[in-house]
Design a protein around this ligand. Structure first.
Ligand code: ADP
Ligand code: MG
Length: 473
């Protein structure tokens, strides 16, 4: 962790500037196999880079298709640019289902990309597999979430750790390999005596130590660790995190640490990439991200992280709504349906909170989340009136409570109008009403990457050419 402070500034400038990308591509072209040229390339290129990569999963032939008649592909990773620099720990964070694991696997060519390129030390390794990938495989290793499932139950720890060395022809003899295995066990805090044991004879924490040792057998340059502690008891999570941190420093490894848990990031990461619905929406050095998060999604994630300081606990931003489907992501900024800072139209007369309240109602109508007949049944159970007016009134009371926001009169009118249409069974008309009454520039255009302190953020509020105060939250 400490080293990266010296190495961070120079590569930081190369990130996401297309001129640099072109330069390193040219290097690859002219130095195809030139060792002599390798160092020149190395100095410029990040260790591993994703250039606009996508990974779509076709669901047209799966059971899901039969079940819900949905043949759109799942856009698990959708246009990601990301660099892992040598010796750094890059954390990739985001809610479950946002595509972190898919990104981790595609970064390592364990799965082929749908689009874009993967570069290792400036060399294009996109789509390489089998023997073509083998020379790179040594350098690029993975630690998985569930250690037991990723270890062969019929092999002893010694066999598990020797297998990759045999495949890659490392070590002159079995004895030499066994010696190396002993070293590795020491490195990850296991004992020589563990060599002849089977995975299930270990605790979860020890199994993950074996998983880490296996990733280290070939002296890699980069390890992608996908939620390496989330399957472990809380009591041993810190030990494994410390182990990874120590190894990273000791062996000068680059670590791509994938996690849904922002609270562990601060202690292990140098840099953070925040992911939402298949896209990277913000990157920043870890201290900068925690001190000065720029994207509303990052702010929301951070506000949910438990703080020791009671004063910092007050202003939690609770995210509205569920994560949309990656098969049908929202238009424009994908976060706009849940964003507390969603930009009102120019003519909006109320406050941000009021717009957010109206916009949330809009999204519930568009998502068909409001069931007027369920409300009618409820009213009937309460022995209240069940006519359309009563249903409409209940919808507005329940979904746009006055306590939340005193909406401008015309906004209130539009909501009442939409509620009346819902109560009347006119769902499409209700959708039209809310769409016309509550538009936002956030749903129209995809936000551009705006450079920030050591990273970038994709949010209209931060983009100087778009409307909206960046400090609204
Ligand atoms: P995360 O690791 O952030 O929880 P994943 O990368 O596992 O997210 O998943 C992202 C999306 O891609 C999810 O909607 C998931 O259901 C889908 N997905 C992941 N792997 C596959 C697969 N092999 N086939 C089909 N869909 C997948
Ligand atoms: Mg995952």
């Amino acid at each position: 962790m400490s080293r990266s402070t010296d190495s961070a500034p120079a590569p930081a400038e190369t990130e996401s500037t297309s001129a640099e990308t072109t330069a390193s591509e040219t290097d690859v072209g002219t130095s195809a196999s030139g060792e002599a040229n390798a160092d020149a390339t190395d100095a410029e290129a990040p260790l591993l880079a994703a250039r606009n990569i996508s990974k779509y999963y076709d669901q047209s032939e799966g059971f899901l298709d039969d079940l819900i008649g949905d043949a759109r592909p799942v856009r698990a990773v959708d246009g990601v640019d990301l660099e892992v620099r040598r010796g750094e720990t890059l954390a990739v964070v985001g809610e479950s289902g946002c595509g972190k694991s898919t990104l981790g696997r595609t970064l390592l060519n364990l799965e082929s990309v749908t689009g874009g390129h993967i570069e290792y030390r400036g060399e294009d390794i996109t789509g390489l597999s089998g023997s073509a990938m083998q020379p790179y495989r040594r350098d690029l290793q993975m630690v998985f979430q569930d250690p037991l499932a990723s270890l062969n139950p019929r092999q002893t720890v010694g066999e598990i750790l020797k297998a990759p060395m045999e495949v890659h022809g490392i070590g002159e003899s079995d004895e030499e390999r066994t010696e190396r295995v002993r070293e590795l066990l020491g490195l990850v805090g296991l004992k020589e005596g563990h060599l002849d044991r089977y995975p299930r004879q270990f605790s979860g924490g020890q199994q993950q130590r074996v998983g880490v040792a296996r990733a280290l057998t070939l002296s890699p340059e980069l390890i992608v660790a996908d939620e390496p502690v989330s399957a472990l008891d809380v009591s041993v999570q810190a030990q494994i995190l410390d182990l990874l941190d120590d190894l990273q420093t000791e062996l000068d490894l680059a670590l791509c640490f994938v996690t849904h848990d922002l609270s562990v990031v601060r202690h292990v990461a140098d840099r953070v990439a925040v992911m939402y619905l298949g896209e990277i929406i913000e990157t920043a050095p870890v201290e900068e991200l925690f001190a000065n998060p720029r994207h509303p999604y990052t702010k929301s994630l951070l506000s949910a992280v438990p703080r020791i300081d009671p004063a910092a606990r007050t202003d939690r931003t609770v995210l509205e709504g569920t994560v949309p489907s990656p098969a049908d992501p929202p238009s424009g900024c994908r976060f706009h349906t849940r964003c507390p800072a969603v930009i009102p139209p120019a003519e909006w007369a109320g406050t941000q909170a009021e717009f957010k309240s109206a916009f949330t109602f809009r999204n519930r109508v568009l998502g068909e989340e409001i069931d007027p007949e369920a409300i009618r049944t409820r009213l009937s159970a309460e022995s209240a009136a069940t006519d359309n007016d009563a249903v409409a009134t209940r919808i507005t009371e329940r979904f746009v409570p006055d306590t939340d926001a005193q909406l401008p009169a015309n906004a209130r009118k539009a909501i009442e109008n939409a509620a009346a249409r819902l109560a009347n069974g006119e769902t499409e008309a209700a959708k039209t009403t809310v769409t016309e009454a509550f538009p936002s520039p956030c749903e129209d255009e995809t936000p551009r990457d705006t450079p920030t302190e050591g990273g970038h953020v994709a949010c209209h509020r931060v983009d100087p050419e778009m409307p909206g105060d960046p400090d609204v939250l």
